[in-house]
Design a protein around this ligand. Structure first.
Ligand code: ZN
Length: 171
């Protein structure tokens, strides 16, 4: 497995819509394994393919706690088929928007359908943190970042902070 480079804002690939995955072959599975390793190395709970410059509808998630067994989930061609009317607010961050966090309001519960690494169809009812992570990652496949759910002013502020930190660390 190898660690891939994570793209950061304002990279234009992060704004692109990803294509559905066709056949699940060895090369694709290797890419998913590389994405998982990349995510673990960056201490993330989710990573979508466009974040490593691959415009395919697939992502990896592991939202297990520090003292729990790893629980990697490989998600291919996900579709949210149901969203609750009830909303929840949760603080979100993103490996592509380094070191910034903001509260985002999203549906509290969702039903998601996807294929796993073996091509098997999975239907999952999710709420709480898992519902947040899935919605955040699936957004990436449509070129949407969590900061796009914030006000224009707040978004500008966060992007400025990223730029400032990048300059400071380059000095
Ligand atoms: Zn993200």
């Amino acid at each position: 497995m190898s660690v891939l480079k994570i793209l950061e804002v304002p990279n234009s690939l992060l704004k692109k819509k990803s294509e559905p995955v066709g056949s699940i072959d060895e090369a694709l599975i290797k890419t998913l394994d590389d994405m998982l390793e990349t995510m673990y190395q960056a201490n993330g709970v989710g990573l979508a393919a466009p974040q490593v410059g691959i415009l395919k509808r697939m992502l990896v998630i592991d939202a297990s706690g520090k003292d729990e067994e790893p629980n990697p989930i490989f998600v291919i061609n996900p579709k949210i088929t149901k969203k609750s009317e009830e909303m929840q607010e949760c603080e979100e961050g993103c490996l592509s928007v380094p070191n910034q966090y903001a509260k985002v309001v999203r549906p509290a519960a969702i039903t998601v359908e996807y294929q796993d690494k073996t091509g098997k169809k999975v239907v999952a009812d999710l709420d709480g943190f898992m519902a947040v992570v899935f919605q955040h990652e699936i957004d990436h496949l449509d070129g949407v970042l969590y900061i796009d759910h914030l006000s224009a002013l707040k978004r500008k502020m966060l992007l400025k902070k990223v730029e400032k930190e990048r300059k400071e660390s380059a000095e």
